[in-house]
Design a protein around this ligand. Sequence first.
Ligand SMILES: Nc1ncnc2c1ncn2[C@@H]1O[C@H](COP(=O)(O)OP(=O)(O)O)[C@@H](O)[C@H]1O
Ligand SMILES: [Mg+2]
Length: 284
Amino acid sequence: MNSPAKKSDARGADQRAAPVHQRAPDIDAVKRATITAVTSGKGGVGKTFVSANLAAALTLRGERVLVLDADLGLANLDVVLNLTPKITLHDVFTGKADLDDAVLAAPGGFSVVLAGSGMVEYSRLTPDVRNQLLATVQTLAPRFDRILLDTGAGISDVVLFAVSLADEVLIVTTPEPTSLTDAYATIKVLGSQQQRRNIRLVVNQVTRVGDGKLIRGQLQQVVDKFVTPHLFDPITPLKLEFLGDVPSDPAVREAVLRRQLLLEVMPGTAAAVAICGVADKLMG
Ligand SMILES: Nc1ncnc2c1ncn2[C@@H]1O[C@H](COP(=O)(O)OP(=O)(O)O)[C@@H](O)[C@H]1O
Ligand SMILES: [Mg+2]
């Protein structure tokens, strides 16, 4: 006799025989890094500090991480990490070197590709810059679990294009009104131009723990009021996801002055611990 239980067993077996939801082996074979853009409205808010130390924290948690210095005009990841690169993205873009040779080991156990600073030719998004940047990210993506794009600030074409290459966006802001206004402008553009519906937020240089959460709430209110859902997706509202606040900590400036990675040389400091919290949230 066929009991109902047996019937459902049989259905289960049928489903196992035809696993329509399973990914084809060739799709799994091209598993690639999650690309996270670290960006901001205003400059000097701590994108490079967050990128480098977040990379170290994610590495400690078992991810294979690469930080790409995507702040092409004003790159300074090399300064923070005390690296003097022989080969930069500029050499790769101009065909003088292979991308493989531009991938360097950074303190903290992650990899970096540095940009080299002061190249005005990268202040505009030419078709060449566009293609080169895209090709660079596409080539590197299968080799890592995570690529952090340390971008420039603002809403220039170059910055927006770099961010467009990312699966997810992390905006760094400080509690300063100017930084918040610029963060809002960036969020608005990313919502409308790139149809972003989830943007992550790190509030850096807070004076009191908890300020970050309040700030996220305020920014979310403004977004809810003024960022109309996109034409192609009128239902899903844009959500700001709070990843944590990082206190203003003299240890950060000290580490930068000594050109050392905070997480490596002062892992117990308040800012370093906060970055680890951000890493946990990002992975979770
Ligand atoms: N949490 C912090 N506490 C204290 N100083 C900080 C903190 N974050 C950043 N800074 C200071 O701000 C400077 C600029 O940071 P940086 O990461 O280079 O900014 P960006 O990449 O956004 O231009 C750093 O050199 C450091 O001195
Ligand atoms: Mg920077």
